[in-house]
Design a protein around this ligand. Structure first.
Ligand SMILES: Cc1cc2nc3c(=O)[nH]c(=O)nc-3n(C[C@H](O)[C@H](O)[C@H](O)COP(=O)(O)OP(=O)(O)OC[C@H]3O[C@@H](n4cnc5c(N)ncnc54)[C@H](O)[C@@H]3O)c2cc1C
Length: 232
């Protein structure tokens, strides 16, 4: 289905970690999205750019926050698109196509394990905000957030939600082996009684999907959000 472009207005940039930046926009009330979905972002000015003139980003905020937020990793070599993001000034506009995507948290009454690697935390922030605004204590929402350098985005927001909902259990992990061990241990304990959400690079998604399947998890219980564009 082709969706119309929506014009959004830049408000501010927030540096979350040494190389993750959030971009906050005002959006028209007619624009709707679900936590876990993504959109295609473009500049409205005619900017000089080598490579693609658009990028796909997940919505890291929920509609109830009355702002649209995406976050992205900006590290050398910085693409022209991201150089232009860093130069946005309040009042500048971009467009979004979307929202699209089936990475949705539909049933908080089922045990669920969410695995986020690095920038893959963006849709997970939206999921946690979904819990906060719905005020529905999840039956059991295990969130494993891994970052090799131990730099975690949105810590204040995530900790607040984690502390306010007994059904949410968030762990920050800065060692890949421990991340994998925790996933293995969770899968052995919960088997196909749980849903498994994976958000991260193609390499991480492939590795964890194969790992879960080798542990007996059926593929219909595994839901992935693959951030193509980050290589492996
Ligand atoms: C469903 C979905 C959701 C996504 N959500 C997010 C999100 O929330 N946040 C986010 O940050 N990204 C997200 N992405 C990925 C995003 O769309 C971009 O692909 C990603 O941010 C990389 O963009 P870039 O401009 O840095 O790299 P690109 O210019 O697109 O380059 C792609 C790859 O080539 C490499 N590369 C580029 N130039 C060079 C060079 N000169 N030398 C060596 N290597 C080079 C880059 O390191 C990168 O690995 C999502 C993707 C999908 C499909």
């Amino acid at each position: 289905m082709i969706k119309e472009k929506t014009m959004i207005t830049f408000k501010e940039m927030i540096q979350e970690t040494s190389d993750i930046y959030s971009f906050v926009f005002e959006v028209p009330e007619t624009f709707h999205w679900l936590p876990g979905q993504h959109g295609v972002f473009r500049f409205t000015q005619d900017l000089e750019m080598t490579g693609k003139s658009f990028r796909i980003f997940s919505f890291a905020s929920v509609e109830e926050e009355h702002k649209m937020l995406f976050s992205t990793r900006i590290a050398e070599p910085i693409s022209d698109f991201k150089k232009h993001l860093l130069q946005l000034k309040a009042g500048d506009t971009m467009t979004i196509d979307g929202a699209v995507g089936k990475f949705l948290l539909n049933d908080l009454s089922k045990p669920t394990c969410i695995m986020a690697g690095g920038i893959g935390i963006t849709p997970v922030r939206a999921f946690m905000k979904q819990v906060e605004y719905s005020k529905e204590n999840p039956c059991s929402l295990e969130i494993l957030y891994s970052d090799d350098r131990g730099e975690f985005a949105y810590e204040h927001d995530l900790n607040t939600i984690n502390n306010n909902f007994s059904g949410v259990h968030l762990q920050y992990i800065s060692d890949r082996n421990i991340f994998t061990e925790k996933i293995e241990s969770y899968a052995k304990d919960h088997q196909n009684e749980s849903l498994y959400y994976i958000a991260g690079t193609p390499g991480m998604n492939k590795f964890l999907t194969e790992k879960l399947i080798s542990l007996g998890i059926e593929s219909q219980h595994i839901i992935t959000d693959i951030f193509t564009g980050y290589g492996d």
